[in-house]
Design a binder for this molecule. Structure first.
Ligand code: 0A1
Ligand code: ZN
Length: 896
């Protein structure tokens, strides 16, 4: 199962394949214990590269025969390769026969079983666990697939493309078997191959594209889950409509299928015409899914659908180009979600959520042991590079193209990209060139090479902004300085191209017109393009000392030090026309206070100015509930940790808890009013306005129950319990439950027990039950650690299993990744637990194990005693001789 020594694969070593595979005819005789695979391929030598042997990838396979043009041929097997030294020069037919063992496959890569059905996951390198192949994205073939299986156990047989024929098999024996034959007309790399066989049912919908072409959409799930597929189907239809309207990209297949599976390593997979989804990213009903689940499902359904063009029609030449499809497709799904949200305020809330996610996951990645460029230079296990950097920073890079060439210019660039590259496997450079060529003379095109440093340089650039106002001359001089800190293997960095969107406000909060010296235009908002280490900009006719509002809408993925005072931040929080920066000002005010307390080692004491400002937000007659909720939510503990050179997770948690307790007390009446004002009496819909109101009501309730812990009041815990019992939807039920649990209220226990009893048959809801307990904040200063003890105990719960990734994540990742104060313990018990779980998971599923291993990426910045204890735990994992290449790579980088 394990590679002896992991090899490092380098981007600069890329070579075109020695052979092309033009067509593949696959036949599967499906059997959980032993599936027989017959592959017939048309192979062609690539005369453009040096003459060499045919080397096919294969893992965990049992090879039965190899024929070339119908004749036996001599071959060798070396490691994970099947080598045919003297393959013909002329085109030839290659026939292979092998078996694999789906039910033994716990890695969930390749062909595996889940709940008695068959599924595949081939990205990145799973196809080689099905049959021998040139398993690389630049080898694109046309697939015809025949599936044969027991008809009663596997009535549904699916693969990519169109169904050619199906029927019963007349075979010896009494087991009635049947078959289905599928054909995908589009050439595709092996990572987009998929098959599904099982006892599934489908929700179906026929739709017409703008051109009048009819398509069949199907969402396949287990019997009993059908009523939870309506939202996914609606999201799919909305995605189709949006992609046609915004980018003129229609659906290209007659049939588009989506399938749910309970055992899946990621969110979902964009296999051509046959997307496979983790049920957690697909199934939703008001009673079992939260508003957040509804919106996550909408964006993942869209993401996979959008991949049909950005990923499938145009794919990656090699895996270093992963962000070509992922960064672009995340950008597209984020734009879609914003367009779906509607109002400017709801759009801003979407943007804020995306930036919060970037800061919580990508910024720490960029400053830790796994820091890598958006287009990595090397890897030993590609599965480790499905990262926040490739996805989320990649998306920010695409957003900067759009900022630099404008929305219409970006759409033109996309058209040129498809005109040039449809049907090809290409690179990030090809994408950059298409956007630039479609926009000659644009802010992008004139500095394209420098812009592309976003692909090659790791690390989050720091931008410092300092302004000087000259009252006599009525000028405001803004000086921007950039610096990109060193990252592993990259000591020296060149300046990057950083679009800085800005506006100026008067001290009273009025918009001040912008006119750059030498320019004739007068604007309300402008994008400066910082490209040198330092640049100054002079604005003229500035009638009063301005408050600068910089990096509006988060126009670049950088850390900004604008040096603004509290007074200036308060102006922005109250008046900025840019909702993103308004939110940001609120976060900065909170951050300053929390960091002040942590750095000085003194207990946090919120001041009247801050409390007054947040009270104004909460009472504001015009602001949306969603915006209020996101603004009144304190920065996350991981993001706070990012601001510090030496991280003491307990000190951070103590400051955050104190801030919450004080906000809860000081705004008690306002929380009560907000709670009452945001009750929704009508039926449930997950639209942004209703979701925002429920979010604010939930936050208010959490604050009131927390406050009750300090005051000894029993009314609010009682009301929360009542709401938990009577809730008409999961958002309110889980909100009330987590208010009780987070405050460690007495009623938390009976509520948790009741919740389990109510939902014991719904795995996705039981995942929430585990996750809530794993994420429960410890009481600051309480040494024993109730949450940690609870997690250890829950590991023994009959519903717990390491084998299902969702379940493992719900408990273990909740503690280790999302609950810093419960995890980082002075007695090192959290780290011991982590090491145990990494090793236990690695024996089952290396991909899940290596995600968990990444928790220690930033052990190096921890304060003592955490740092030394973390290092010991990492060494303990490292000492295991037969770690998977996945975990080995993460651990080696942590120790480098
Ligand atoms: N391409 C998918 C995500 C995905 C990646 C790897 C997987 O297995 C290792 C599975 C899914 C997406 O971006 O949605
Ligand atoms: Zn993707």
């Amino acid at each position: 199962m394990r590679e002896g020594t992991a090899t490092l694969i380098r981007r600069e070593d890329y070579q075109a394949p020695a052979f092309w595979i033009r067509t593949v005819d696959l036949t599967f005789d499906l059997d959980p214990a032993k599936t027989l695979v017959t592959a017939r391929m048309q192979v062609e030598r690539n005369t453009a590269v040096a003459h060499s042997a045919l080397r096919l990838h294969g893992e965990e396979l049992n090879l039965l025969r190899v024929l070339i043009n119908g004749e036996s041929v001599s071959f060798r097997q070396e490691g994970h390769e099947l080598i045919i030294d003297n393959a013909p020069d002329a085109d030839f037919a290659l026939e292979l026969r092998n078996t694999c063992a789906p039910e033994k496959n716990t890695t969930l890569s390749g062909l595996y079983t889940s709940g008695g059905s068959f599924f595949t996951q081939c990205e990145a390198e799973g196809f080689r666990r099905i049959t021998y192949f040139l398993d690389r994205p630049d080898v694109m073939a046309i697939y015809t697939v025949t599936l044969r299986a027991d008809k009663s156990k596997y009535p549904v047989l699916l693969s990519n493309g169109n169904l050619l024929e199906s029927g019963d098999l007349e075979e010896a024996g009494n087991k009635a078997r049947h078959f289905a034959k599928w054909h995908d007309p589009f050439p595709k790399p092996s990572y987009l191959f998929a098959l599904v066989a099982g006892d599934l049912v489908a929700r179906e919908q026929r739709v017409k594209t703008r051109a009048g072409k009819e398509h069949l959409l199907q969402v396949y799930v287990r019997r009993g889950d059908l009523e939870k597929t309506e939202h996914a189907m609606n999201s799919l239809i909305a995605s189709m409509v949006w992609d046609e309207a915004r980018f003129k990209l229609p659906l290209d297949l007659d049939r588009f299928m989506v399938v749910g599976v309970s055992d899946f390593n990621m969110g979902a997979m964009e296999n051509k015409g046959l997307n496979i989804f983790n049920t957690s990213a697909l199934l939703a009903s008001p009673a079992t899914a939260t508003d957040q689940d509804f919106s996550r499902i909408e964006s993942i359904v869209a993401h996979e659908y959008f991949h049909n063009w950005t990923g499938n029609r145009v794919t990656c030449r090699d895996w270093f180009q992963l962000s070509l499809k992922e960064g672009l497709t995340v950008f597209r799904d984020q734009e879609f979600s914003m367009d779906m949200a509607g109002s400017p305020s709801a759009r801003a809330v979407c943007r804020i959520a995306d930036v919060r996610q970037l800061r919580a996951a990508q910024f720490p990645e960029d400053s830790g042991a796994m820091a890598h460029p958006v287009r990595p230079d090397s890897y030993s296990e590609i599965n480790n590079f499905y990262t926040a950097t490739v996805y989320d920073k990649g998306s920010e890079v695409v957003r900067m193209y759009q900022t630099l060439v404008g929305r219409a210019g970006f759409e033109k660039g996309m058209s040129l990209y498809f005109e040039r590259h449809d049907g090809q496997a290409v690179t990030c450079d090809d994408f950059a060139q298409a956007i630039a060529d479609a926009n000659p003379g644009s802010a992008l095109s004139v500095r394209l090479d420098a812009f592309k440093r976003w692909y090659s340089q790791a690390g989050t650039p720091r931008v410092q902004a300092r302004g000087v106002y000259d009252a006599a001359a009525q000028t405001y001089t803004l000086t921007l300085t950039q610096h990109n800190p060193a990252t592993p293997g990259q000591d020296q960095k060149l300046p990057q191209v950083i679009p800085v969107a800005l506006g100026l406000l008067s001290q009273e909060g009025q918009v001040l017109p912008l006119q750059l010296q030498g320019a004739t235009e007068v604007l309300n908002e402008q994008v400066l393009v910082l490209e040198e280490a330092q640049q100054s900009y002079v604005f003229i006719h500035v009638t009063s000392e301005p408050v600068p509002s910089l990096l509006r809408g988060f126009s670049a993925p950088v850390v900004l030090d604008d040096g603004l005072s509290d007074a200036q931040l308060l102006v922005l929080l109250q008046h900025d026309v840019d909702a993103f920066n308004r939110w940001e000002a609120g976060q900065r005010l909170a951050l300053n206070r929390i960091l002040g307390a942590v750095r000085s080692g003194t207990p946090l004491q919120l001041d009247a100015a801050y409390l007054d400002a947040v009270r104004k937000v909460l009472r504001h007659p015009e602001l949306d509930a969603a915006f209020k909720e996101i603004t009144l939510t304190l920065p996350g503990e991981t993001y706070i940790a990012e601001q510090l050179d030496v991280v003491d997770p307990q000190a951070i948690h103590a400051a955050v808890e104190a801030a919450q307790v004080q906000m809860a007390a000081a705004l008690r009446d306002d929380w009560t009013a907000a709670f009452e004002a945001n009750q929704i009496k009508t039926g449930y819909t997950p639209d942004p306005v209703s979701s925002g109101r429920r979010a604010l009501a939930n936050l208010a309730l959490a604050m009131l129950v927390l406050d009750a812990r300090s005051t000894g009041d029993t009314v609010w815990p009682g009301r929360a319990y009542q709401r938990f019992k009577d809730a008409g939807n999961m958002t309110e039920r889980l909100g009330a439950l987590s208010a009780l649990v987070a405050a460690h209220a007495d009623l938390a226990e009976p509520a948790l027990a009741r919740f389990h009893e109510l939902f014991k048959d719904d795995a996705l809801v039981i995942d929430k039950w585990f996750a809530l307990q794993g994420r429960t904040p410890e009481l600051a200063g309480e040494k024993s650690g109730r949450t940690f003890a609870r997690v250890r105990q829950l590991m023994q719960h009959p519903d717990f299993t390491l084998k299902n990734p969702n379940r493992a994540r719900s408990l273990i990742f909740s503690l280790c990744m999302f609950n810093p104060a419960a995890f980082h313990r002075a007695d090192a018990a959290g780290y011991v637990f982590w090491a145990e779980q990494v090793l236990a998971l690695d024996a089952i599923n290396p991909q899940v194990a290596s995600r968990l291993a990444r928790v220690m990426d930033r052990w190096n910045v921890l304060a003592e005693p955490y740092r030394s204890a973390a290092l010991l735990a990492i060494r303990r994992v490292s000492a295991k001789p037969d770690l998977s290449p996945d975990v080995r790579e993460i651990i080696s980088r942590a120790l480098a």
